[in-house]
Design a protein around this ligand. Structure first.
Ligand SMILES: NS(=O)(=O)c1ncc[nH]1
Ligand SMILES: [Zn+2]
Length: 261
């Protein structure tokens, strides 16, 4: 599936090139439900997250990341489509300037106001994220759609920390946060496919696991996400951190499997 470089004026460079030369398993994509294939061999996902491994929250100039200590197998993911054990290293979100869009993946073209990504790397095969990120089976990212509705009590601790990291490269200590509280009630129903990171280095090393069930956050909670800035404190022009999602990529004949029929 050949790809061409097309850089539009409005294309923010943080997204990296719109297309990766020779990339035939890029993300994000639209999940066409009726074209997904039920795979009865897919197992339930097993997450074992230890809140004690939560370390900091920071603004990296395109999203905010909650980072975990991944020097030991304390917060892990296994099962589902995965053969190995994966270690949680961080989670972050993508969102829009309005509630009408913001997610990276879509379901039958349906957009959600935001999407959570929990990023894990294969600690059975590799010893560092930086190593795993270059390998086919190196990463596993859980995607969870966010809808605007009732306030998410577990998210509020994170929302309250955001004003302290408004600018790019700001970081604050953030501890004892259990990312399991951000997962939907039902994590047995998901779609899975082989894809890539959606931000640089865009490497094709991700087993994507996109949850069918969304979580709800309040309008006000999402508004605080939008109060973050892409820009550092020194820059003259401050740009609000919104629409930090990548454009969708060609499926290139890939099959999306579902864990449910
Ligand atoms: N958005 S993503 O989860 O594909 C990602 N994680 C790290 C870099 N990019
Ligand atoms: Zn992401």
């Amino acid at each position: 599936c050949s790809s061409k470089y097309v850089l539009s004026q409005m294309h923010p460079m943080w997204q990296g090139p719109l297309a990766v030369p020779g990339g035939d398993r890029q993300s994000p994509i639209d999940i066409v439900v009726r074209k997904s294939v039920f795979d009865s061999e897919l197992k339930p996902l097993v997450t074992e997250y230890n809140p004690e491994t939560c370390q900091q929250i920071w603004n990296n100039g395109y999203s905010f990341l909650v980072e975990y200590d991944d020097t030991t197998d304390k917060s892990t993911l296994k099962g589902g489509p995965l053969q190995d054990k994966f270690r949680l290293c961080q989670f972050h979100f993508h969102w829009g300037e309005s509630n009408a869009w913001g997610s990276e993946h879509t379901v039958d073209r349906r957009l959600f106001p935001a999407e959570l990504h929990l990023v894990h790397w294969n600690s059975d095969k590799y010893s560092l994220f930086e190593e795993a990120v270059m390998e086919d089976n190196g990463l596993a990212v859980i995607g969870v759609f966010l809808k605007v509705g009732k306030r998410h009590e577990g998210l509020q601790k994170l929302v309250d920390a955001l004003p302290a990291i408004r600018h790019k490269d700001s970081v604050v200590e953030f501890t004892r946060f259990d990312p399991a509280c951000l997962l939907p009630v039902n994590i047995d129903d998901y779609w899975t496919y082989h894809g890539s990171l959606t931000t640089p280095p865009l490497t094709e090393s991700v087993t994507w696991i996109v949850m069918k069930q969304h979580i709800e956050v309040s309008h006000d909670q999402l508004a605080v996400f939008r109060s973050l800035l892409f820009t550092s404190a020194e820059e003259d022009v401050q740009k609000s951190m919104v629409n930090n999602f990548r454009v969708q990529q060609p499926l290139c004949g890939r099959t999306i499997r579902s864990s449910f029929s």
